[in-house]
Design a protein around this ligand. Structure first.
Ligand code: P6P
Length: 339
């Protein structure tokens, strides 16, 4: 007897039935996003073989050197999602301005933000990278939306997800009814449900932070990490492990799978530069916070819940502390004590 696995297409159609007002647009949009991730997965997997590694020789709006695959992945996401009439506009980490849907295509009722290839500094050294996306309803001008139409709180997201191009290519999705993970079956070219109802353990013994920034950390973060490092003999009474992949999608996926806490906190170096954090709110922090909360975890800036932030501009950066609920709540407590 063939063991039938639910495909992501079937899953999305079944999910659609629970989304108020969903008319099939949402399902079709998500399936186009899935197609874009399959194409990016193929490009990432064939890297050096098809000449897509290395620097593009350009900078993105963040002032970061773009990899060839950053630019290519961005193009793939735009071209795969622009034509079907489900989107009013898109916004990407790789583009300064809102992407208007070309005039030959109909406009739809959704807005999508995305980071087409997060962690791309890892591409040339063959370490996992990912794609992150977030879907909002277009509430204002849906003919030629502006950046302001995107500036909705994370709680307004209709859907958030990521693709992880790792040893397996996986997609993880939430539409506000829990979190589900799908693995790309290369034999049939479909994502199949392999991780239903993913939940983050409330406690953990693993934290992730870029320790090279230690001398810039604020007191609450320094206190939390020092206590983890003190191990069994310290105030936590247990030993901790540390990870840092420099690919947020891979870190979040590990946390969804076995718990943990991920921190890219505000530090004195950022304050001197006048920035509010490293990670971007609209297409990194918000989608990941939605997923983490839906999996029973928590996601804060240190002082506030990420999903409650009223965005002020499209490429706004925020501090991110997310993962196992009890650990994030302890870190929040240390921040409150710092007040
Ligand atoms: P650092 C990748 O560029 C990214 O946006 C996240 O995916 C990752 O967690 C972080 O930045 C890595 O930052 O400073 O360690 O290179």
């Amino acid at each position: 007897m063939h063991n039938h696995r639910t495909t992501i297409t079937q899953f999305i159609i079944e999910e659609q039935r629970h989304i108020p007002g969903a008319t099939g647009d949402f399902t079709s949009l998500l399936n186009d996003v899935v197609t874009a991730c399959k194409v990016i997965s193929n490009l990432v997997n064939h890297g050096a073989l098809v000449g897509v590694l290395g620097a593009a020789g350009t900078e993105n709006v963040q002032g970061e050197d773009q990899k060839k695959l950053d630019v290519i992945s961005n193009e793939v996401f735009l071209k795969t999602n622009e034509w079907a009439g489900h989107l009013a506009a898109m916004a990407s980490e790789e583009m300064e301005e809102v992407y208007q849907i070309p005039s030959q295509y109909p406009r739809g009722k959704y807005l999508m933000t995305f980071d087409p290839l997060d962690g791309s500094s890892n591409i040339d050294v063959n370490v996992s990278v990912g794609t992150i996306f977030s879907i909002l309803r277009c509430k204002g001008n849906c003919v030629n939306p502006t950046a302001e139409d995107f500036l909705q709180r994370g709680t307004e997201q209709v859907c958030a997800g990521y693709a992880l191009y790792g040893p397996s290519t996986m997609m993880v999705l939430t539409t506000g009814r829990g979190v589900n993970g799908f693995t790309l079956d290369q034999n049939i070219g479909e994502f199949v449900l392999t991780h239903p109802n993913m939940t983050i353990p409330a406690d953990t013994k693993e934290f992730a932070i870029n320790a090279s920034n230690m001398r810039f950390w604020e007191t609450p973060v320094k206190r939390y990490v020092d206590e983890c490092l003190a191990g069994k003999e310290g105030p936590r009474g247990k030993d901790f492990n540390m990870r840092w992949i420099a690919s947020m999608v891979a870190e979040v996926h590990r946390i969804l799978t076995r718990g943990g806490v991920f921190m890219y906190p505000l530090d004195s170096k950022m304050k001197e530069k006048g920035t509010e954090g490293k990670l971007r709110l609209m297409y990194e922090a918000n989608p990941m916070a939605f997923i983490v909360e839906q999996a029973g975890g928590a996601a804060i800036t240190g002082q506030h819940r990420i999903l409650d932030i009223q965005p002020s501009h499209l490429h706004q950066r925020v501090p991110v502390i997310l993962g196992s609920k009890n650990e994030v709540e302890l870190i929040a407590k240390y921040h409150q004590e710092m007040q």
